[in-house]
Design a protein around this ligand. Structure first.
Ligand SMILES: *[C@@H]1O[C@H](CO)[C@@H](O)[C@H](O)[C@H]1NC(C)=O
Ligand SMILES: *[C@@H]1O[C@H](CO)[C@@H](O)[C@H](O)[C@H]1NC(C)=O
Ligand SMILES: *[C@@H]1O[C@H](CO)[C@@H](O)[C@H](O)[C@H]1NC(C)=O
Length: 368
């Protein structure tokens, strides 16, 4: 009897190790102002960075950024900002938001990726030291239940687009406007590989929204006629390159799930069909001053419009709560099965591939 029990347990454990994993027990987030109020999106005046830093953080509601929305879907608490932690493993055990930690002062702040990665690696080590037993594979226990979300690029592109072509070229002489996409996509792909080395097996990478349709860019470069195609093409180029780099990487990371979420596609659907999604105004920001409310960003909640939930954009470059919720929902859900008519009027769309974030966070990989 004892032997039988032993054999059964042994087989069950072997099967579990082979074919399943635990549901996500922690959400770790790295990124720019798309994930953290601690970082400012684009300062209007680059030498006075505090001016608009409050912009995206002046939302009427508290739960609007991607990390909190996704954590709620995973049944986890909102990941606390790294700057608020007390250095104990307990405080970091269910996830950490590393967003808004800037590694340098260059206009694209590429150093932020490396700095946040270092903090993440240290955090995983700390968790392993306090929770692991000597028999465990190094840091595997802490990393096994972790889902990582990376969301960079929006601030970099906002900065790039805010400067004229000449200024941007001068700021990045070696790269130019298109070079930034290459540089950033390569850096993000490298970050995913570095996380893999730290035993992380579940990573989602978010793309950049169509900032050519953001109020600031429409006002500044588009004369208000509509989305600035040149800006959107630049960002589409980056997103495509990023998706391709992740595709190349997957075969090199056995046992890992690396997901790309096409935020651009989701936002474009909303901008093109606002009414279908309960919105009305897709051009003018809710909070700001001037045409499109785009000359000065949101400095106080008194400047906000009466019905933010009807707007696509909150301020210069930031989508509203309503849009963030839609994008989070579409990242979470799988696309509906294609209908024979091929019509796309479903309210649900999936923007992540090769699996949804729900599947990424689930206990077992989806059937192949
Ligand atoms: C930006 O801010 C700095 C410091 O506040 C100020 O000296 C400078 O004139 C401003 N530049 C512009 C273009 O407004
Ligand atoms: C650190 O924070 C955690 C979680 O908030 C708490 O449980 C713990 O008591 C704190 N430890 C210290 C030493 O402050
Ligand atoms: C997102 O999904 C949640 C849960 O399914 C739902 O309650 C909410 O209304 C959705 N939000 C939007 C903006 O569609």
């Amino acid at each position: 009897m004892a032997l039988l029990l032993f054999v059964l347990i042994h087989f069950a454990a072997a099967a579990a190790a082979e074919s399943s994993r635990s549901p996500a027990t922690a959400l770790f987030v790295l990124g720019d102002s798309t994930v953290s109020c601690a970082s400012s999106i684009l300062p209007l005046n680059l030498t006075a960075p505090s001016l608009s830093s409050a912009g995206p953080c002046l939302f009427p509601s508290g739960r609007r950024l991607l990390p909190d929305l996704l954590a709620a879907k995973m049944g986890l608490p909102p990941p606390p900002l790294i700057s608020t932690l007390n250095g104990t493993a307990a405080a970091a055990a269910r996830g950490v938001n590393f967003g808004g930690q800037y590694g340098d002062r260059g206009i694209f702040r590429m150093g932020a990726v490396g700095q946040q990665l270092r903090l993440a690696a240290e955090t995983l080590q700390l968790l392993q030291l306090e929770t692991g037993t000597p028999q465990d594979a190094p840091s595997a226990a802490a990393a096994a239940g972790a889902v990582f979300v990376l969301s960079f690029g929006t601030d970099a592109y906002a900065r790039l687009l805010a400067r004229g072509p000449a200024e941007a070229a001068a700021a990045a002489p070696k790269h130019g406007r298109r070079g930034l996409g290459r540089l950033l996509a390569d850096r993000i792909a490298r970050a995913v590989a570095e996380l893999y080395e730290a035993e992380v097996r579940r990573v989602a990478v978010m793309g950049v929204a169509p900032l050519g349709c953001a109020p600031r860019v429409m006002w500044e470069a588009g004369g208000g006629r509509g989305c600035v195609e040149e800006a959107n093409e630049l960002i589409e180029g980056y997103n495509a390159r990023l998706a391709a780099r992740l595709e190349d990487l997957r075969p090199q990371l056995p046992g890992a799930d690396v997901v790309f979420c096409d935020v651009y596609k989701g936002m474009m659907e909303i901008i093109s069909n606002p009414r279908r999604h309960g919105l009305e105004e897709s051009r003018e920001a809710c909070c700001g001053v001037g045409p499109f409310k785009a000359t000065v960003g949101c400095l106080s909640t008194e400047m906000a419009c009466a019905a933010p939930e009807r707007h696509v954009w909150w301020d210069l470059y930031t989508p509203t709560d309503a849009v963030a919720a839609l994008v989070a929902n579409w990242s979470w859900s799988s696309p509906p099965p294609a209908t024979s008519s091929g019509s796309g009027d479903s309210d649900v769309m999936g923007i992540c591939s090769p699996m949804s974030l729900q599947q990424l966070a689930a206990g077992s990989p989806p059937p192949a």
